[in-house]
Design a protein around this ligand. Structure first.
Ligand code: PXG
Length: 465
């Protein structure tokens, strides 16, 4: 076998990929027949593939490359750290400078008394930590029955057995024996799809009140925590009505349950503040972090824990942790990423430059015949594809068909924009410029036009009954 490099022809790379590489969330046979797109390098907001195409990455990878691609400072830090101390663990009463420095920095950035960090290798691992931690917390407080965690349908909290069970993705639950016991899912605050005749404000309150109903049904004495993304990401960038989070917060405050904000996507500038909880006015006891923490340059995640929970957990031995908890190279790279976010005032760029341009461009797509609503907070937005603009109609054909077609047209126009069923979502790198935003808008409109034409030609614009 010759060396496998970027210089091999695309078809050979695709054949090798199909032969040996199993992809996440992918129908392997279908992809093998088609051939995966081979990404070879990236710079700022652009990806380059093995055929030389320049692709605008409207998703920042998987919602994570917040500072953009190609920052050599992070590579330098990684190389330096690998030479000095490539690995050591944080078990058995040892520590190292990158873990200390990163934990301190995260505690400084996090609001309120969220002052303690438990590291993991990913968001999934961090949510597994959270599940065990909240249950352990209540057991140590002498309330071992407080074990149930309430979550939401169409939430995404990861792909491990624990975090996937916390999530509310039916397609995931259908495989591999999930959800595990002790997790209850209430409905999501998705007004567009599920709001019926209610105003968004009424709907927000009614969905939040489901939390109270679930607490009363299962008994306050049996509930450990409520977990939610401030804004659902993988579920389709579902921005809750303004009435939703205040009511959720009131309910969490009233009953003795912990609140976990899953900030894996919303954290580190995505919503225009350091954390989505700040943008949406949430006061969690625990935050889940990953993705933007290192801008995806290294795999790292974690949980930020408030003083009270950390103190109780610290009163005994918490029998939990990962080989790579606080990995020195990942921690050093994350720290450098946070330095860049801070010293280059990336949040100011987001608030004053990128957000206004992105919001104007995004809402500008609302006049398209295929677009039902456009919604956006900070640097994460979505639009609903619809066969009928005026009444929030869904398509008669299988949900996700139009979205998939639109995503294909985006790909053909060298734009990465994802679909979640029939919603298109964007989450570009935070450092995107107004010119690049205009280009994103141009390519998105082209994709929408082409998709609309295809749907029309195929007689597929029929609304569901
Ligand atoms: N919580 C949230 C809110 C996430 O979005 C995780 C936890 C899990 O993180 P890890 O690092 O274990 O993947 C996520 C991950 C998609 C997509 O297609 C989204 C995620 C991951 C993969 C794909 O939108 N989010």
């Amino acid at each position: 076998m010759p060396a496998i490099t970027n210089h091999l022809p695309t078809s050979e790379l695709q054949a090798l990929d199909a032969a040996h590489h199993m992809h996440p969330f992918t129908a392997g046979g279908e992809l093998a027949a088609k051939g995966a797109r081979v990404i070879t390098r990236a710079k700022d907001v652009f990806l380059y593939d093995s055929d030389g195409n320049e692709i605008l990455d409207g998703m920042a990878g998987l919602w994570c490359v917040n500072i953009g691609y190609g920052r050599s400072e992070l590579a330098d830090v990684a190389a330096r750290q690998m030479r000095e101390l490539p690995y050591y663990n944080t078990f058995f009463q040892t520590t190292h400078v990158p873990a200390i420095a990163l934990a301190q920095k995260i505690a400084e950035l996090a609001p309120g008394d969220l002052n303690h960090v438990f590291f993991a290798g990913s968001g999934s691992e961090a949510n597994d930590t959270n599940l065990r931690m909240v249950r352990t917390y209540w057991a140590l407080k002498g309330k071992p029955d407080k074990q149930i965690v309430i979550s939401r349908k169409n939430a995404y909290h990861g792909s491990s057995v624990g975090s996937g069970s916390l999530g509310g993705m039916t397609a995931m639950h259908a495989q591999g024996g999930m959800p595990i016991p002790g997790i209850v899912h209430i409905d999501q605050p998705n007004w567009w799809a599920e709001g019926g005749d209610m105003t968004p404000e009424e709907f927000g309150v009614s969905r939040a009140k489901q939390l109270e109903v679930a607490i009363l049904e299962h008994g306050e004495d049996n509930i450990a925590a409520f977990i939610a993304e401030p804004i659902q990401g993988a579920g389709g960038v579902i921005i809750p009505p303004e009435t939703y989070w205040p009511e959720i917060q009131r309910i969490c405050d009233k009953y003795e349950i912990l609140l976990i904000a899953d900030e894996v996507i919303c954290g580190f500038g995505r919503t225009g503040n350091w954390f989505g909880s700040q943008t949406l006015g949430i006061k969690p006891h625990i935050m889940t972090i990953a993705k933007g923490l290192s801008s995806g340059y290294q795999p790292i995640g974690g949980s930020i824990i408030c003083d009270e929970v950390a103190e109780v957990i610290g009163s005994g031995e918490f029998n939990h942790g990962y080989t790579y908890s606080g990995h020195p190279v990942a921690a050093a790279v994350a720290l450098e990423n946070l330095r860049i976010l801070e010293e280059e005032n990336v949040l100011d760029h987001v608030r004053n430059v990128a957000m206004p341009a992105l919001h104007e461009m995004w809402h500008g797509l609302a006049d398209h015949p295929l677009v039902g609503e456009t919604t956006i907070t900070g640097m994460m937005g979505s639009l609903a594809l619809t066969p009928h603009k005026d009444n929030r109609a869904k398509f008669a054909m299988e949900a996700g068909t139009a979205g998939f077609m639109c995503r294909e047209r985006c790909f053909a126009n060298n734009l990465v924009m994802r679909h979640v069923y029939d919603r298109m979502v964007i989450s570009p790198p935070l450092i995107i410029t107004p010119d690049e935003i205009a280009e994103l808008g141009r390519r998105a409109r082209m994709a929408l036009d082409e998709c609309y034409a295809q749907l029309k030609d195929g007689d597929m614009l029929t609304p569901a009954a």
